[in-house]
Design a protein around this ligand. Sequence first.
Ligand code: NAD
Length: 475
Amino acid sequence: MKITSIINGVEQTESNGETMAVRNPFTGELVAEMQLADEAQMEEAIENSVKAFNNTMKMMPAHERADILLRAAQLLEDKKEDFARVVAIEAGKPIKHSRAEIQRSIQVIRFSSELSKHMTGEVLPMDAALRGDQRMGMVKRVPMGVIGAITPFNFPLNLSLHKIAPAIAAGNTVIFKPAEKTPVSAYMLTKLFHEAGLPDGVLNLVLSTGKVAGSTLVPHKKVPKITFTGSLTVGKIIRDTAGFKKVTMELGSNSPNIVFEDAEIDDAVERLVNAAFGYSGQVCVSAQRIYVQEEVYDEFLMKYKEATEQLKIGDPLDEETDFGPMIDEDAAERIQEWVEEAREQGATIETGGERKGTIVYPTIITNVKKEMKVVTEEAFAPIVTVMPFRTEDEAIENTNDSIYGLQAGVFTKDISRAYRVADKLEMGGVWINEASVYRQDNYPYGGVKLSGLGREGVKYAIEEMTELKFIGVRL
Ligand code: NAD
């Protein structure tokens, strides 16, 4: 299969750019040959998106945007198994988790369709200000223009839709630059939107390297907004080159979870196995640090180990598989080195620690020191550290001792303690009796500290992709 960029509705088969192979992370087999866009093609896509914004989107009424989105949601519903298989094959995500991603993606398009009809503004009491009588003032939300959407490999469909669908709902056009590892679902998604009736040029797919996007799309003066989901390293580069434009950054974390002595231990264990090892820990809110109160530490660890060892490891396409490969061998080697480094520094590997090709076995690490990489840096891999604590204050202090602050989980039956702790955690979001990894697509999602800037979650993404415009009248 050969896939190309899609500009103004046309597949760019004539590109002079290089090609790149997309491989199945589990089998190593070739999934697709991707024709890469060069700088000139990116430039062409941006010019075309500007035209589509001025000639098409600016005139398109909200009910039409809503209908297109609704049709896209229905088409995705019809083709959900095809999409799930592609995500399983190109991202190495177990098929049951891929299906869950597609189901969420459908919802994200539906939320966007609904909200496109509710971009309300307000009428201001102008006479509240001196000299304001006999004046009228109103505030509208208006689209920004061309949105540059740069996305990661780990939720190739849903995290792309968290940008594309709200952007369209708000009346923008989009340059969609997906991750190099997972361009096939992006290509299928762009075609699906065209099939749903999205006019040419409103969604331009540019299959390029990060380097080309970084030098062309990010600093481009006709692109007023970049919305990025990915690593802190790349986020910093984008922030530096974006100049004066607006940016939304959904970056990484080393997500903490706190288990208090009164928690439902079996429930916490079950949720935290999934939170640490789901999609091989390659989730921005994967549980990486688990703080357990000392009264229940031994019980928790024993049950946690036992449950982790039950995970079925294997082919992502197998219905029974809970746990598959990492995205590539480099990622697997990197985390193996971190685990070895921790072991040399005195940590105990309770289970896992082994690697076979791209598979890194689910790894629980104890006796860690807070300076170790496995604690302080984002692992983005199937490893988790479990640490005992004595007091509530100590748990809060350890949790907040991080450059990141995306989402945390707190397990306790004490409602007062739950609120108290949630208030004190430096996080974009806190879940009580739920693990850090849980996300719904309709609440404000994003981080504090180096976990990001701005929020997604359809309503909030729309706010970030529109400008407030004031119109005043002197009567
Ligand atoms: P990545 O940062 O390597 O790549 C993300 C995207 O950026 C890709 O499309 C890539 O091609 C592009 N890119 C690379 N260099 C670029 C440059 N110089 N200029 C512009 N674009 C460039 O991330 P990844 O490995 O695909 O994804 C993993 C990371 O994403 C993890 O750190 C994870 O925590 C983070 N993430 C965050 C969230 C969130 O919502 N906060 C969600 C998912 C993933």
